[in-house]
Design a protein around this ligand. Structure first.
Ligand code: NZQ
Ligand code: ZN
Length: 377
């Protein structure tokens, strides 16, 4: 096992009606709140009204309209509001996009230049306003991690950035907020959770047995409960398990003692940068093909573990067993209703080469689990 640092500073309030804790969680940081949210789902949910009622004693400035695949233009507006209104704390209510935008806004509040600099170069992130989140979509893990992914549509760039100072101070996780998620977002969110696990499970370091077992449990949880949530969106047991899976998949827990570059995320970020597709859908498309492409002698043992421990398959022939696990992954995404080809999401052949070049230009793809060249991608 490699040495590691794991610092879980986020105050998690999980369960029904935990929103009542919001005023108490914010008070610690001040009265001037920037409320960051998306295109209106929190209003349909009734959450917006509830928050405004609960925060009567606070001064609230709003940044609505943060896009899925949040854009630097929204971040710039948020930074402007923070500076103008002397904001004390940034409150993000929504999915990963709102939370990610809130993080860069919170960093930008202390930065004199263009906040895009903080996306391109994380070393420029210094002081950050405290961030509190209310999560409404189980997917990214942004509610308990220091990452943010921001898009610049003008330059067709979508980059991840991050800082330990971006880790939210507190996050409210009420699974009933997931009841209104459309099937497409439920499925895409689950694919994202699973991909976070794959990126950390399939790594060169192979001695963190406990971390791998945790990975397998999260994958099994997604496979068990995503179909239940799709069938019955108000199934609390399914939603609560998916919500906690999202947080645990990317808060540093399952990569403890492991490490290494990711593969499918860098590729997907280019698909989204060029075509603005849903992150989890892009990942579901890329993942099974990636798995098949890197299946070889040196990865066989890991794919056999995956087939056995996650899918409960058995068999003597290792290649057959590993392939069964990969086929099951693809079928699972299909059965969840996710489009599984680039054509189905209107990605054209003519861009494939440019996106592959961008992937290798923006990332060190050679140090992934199995190193990939532009041609491989
Ligand atoms: O904008 P609103 O109206 O809120 O609607 C959203 C949005 O259209 C809707 N939605 C959210 N909660 C809902 C709901 N609709 C009904 N009921 C609810 N309860 O869902 C749509 C998608 O929301 P978004 O926040 O974009 O989804 P997600 O949480 O999947 O975030 C995706 C973004 O996160 C980045 C992705 O690249 C993408 O930009 N990622 C962030 C990571 C991180 N911070 O650690 C890691 C990930 O790998 C990922 O890259
Ligand atoms: Zn992701």
């Amino acid at each position: 096992m490699n040495n590691f640092k794991f610092h879980a500073r986020t105050d998690i309030r999980f369960g029904r009606d935990q929103i009542i804790n919001l005023p108490g969680l914010l008070t610690a940081y001040g009265k001037n709140v920037l409320l960051v949210y998306g295109g209106g789902s929190i209003k349909k949910l009734g959450l917006y009204g509830q928050i405004i009622d609960l925060l009567k004693g606070f001064s609230i400035v709003e940044l609505p309209g943060v896009e899925p695949n949040p854009r630097i233009t929204s971040v710039r507006e948020g930074v402007r509001l923070c500076k103008q209104h002397k904001i004390d704390v940034v409150l993000a209510v929504g999915g990963g996009s709102c939370i990610d935008a809130a993080k860069v806004i919170a960093g930008g509040a202390f930065y004199d230049g263009d906040p895009w600099d903080l996306v391109v170069d994380p070393s420029k992130i210094d002081e950050v306003l405290p961030i509190v989140t209310v999560l409404t979509l189980a997917a990214t893990g942004s509610e308990m991690n220091g990452n943010a992914v921001i898009s610049n549509m003008e330059t067709k760039e979508k980059f991840g950035t991050g800082s330990p100072n971006f880790i939210p101070m507190a996050s409210i996780l009420d699974p009933t907020y997931l009841f209104t998620l459309p099937k497409t977002q439920t499925a895409a969110g689950t694919a994202d959770i699973m991909s976070h696990v794959y990126e950390q499970y399939f790594q060169k370091d192979d001695e963190a047995y406990l971390s791998d077992c945790l990975c397998e449990s999260i994958l099994k949880t997604c496979i068990k409960y995503c179909p239940v949530a799709l069938e019955n969106p108000k199934d609390y047991e399914a939603r609560s398990n998916l919500m906690w899976a999202s947080t645990l998949a990317l808060n540093g827990l399952v990569c403890a003692g492991k490490g290494g570059a990711w593969t499918c995320h860098p590729i997907e970020h280019e698909l989204s940068a060029f075509y603005d597709i849903t992150h989890g859908v892009g990942l579901a498309i890329v993942t099974p093909s990636w798995m098949r492409y890197i299946l070889r002698e040196k990865t066989l043992h890991k794919f056999c573990n995956y087939a056995r421990n996650v899918w409960d398959f058995e068999g003597e022939d290792s290649m057959e067993l590993a392939t069964k696990g990969i086929d099951a992954t693809e079928n699972f995404f299909k059965e969840c209703g996710i489009p599984m080809t680039l054509k189905e999401v209107a990605i054209e052949d003519k861009s494939i080469h440019d996106m592959a070049v961008a992937t290798t230009n923006h990332n060190d793809m050679e140090s992934c689990y199995v190193g990939l060249s532009t041609e491989d991608i």
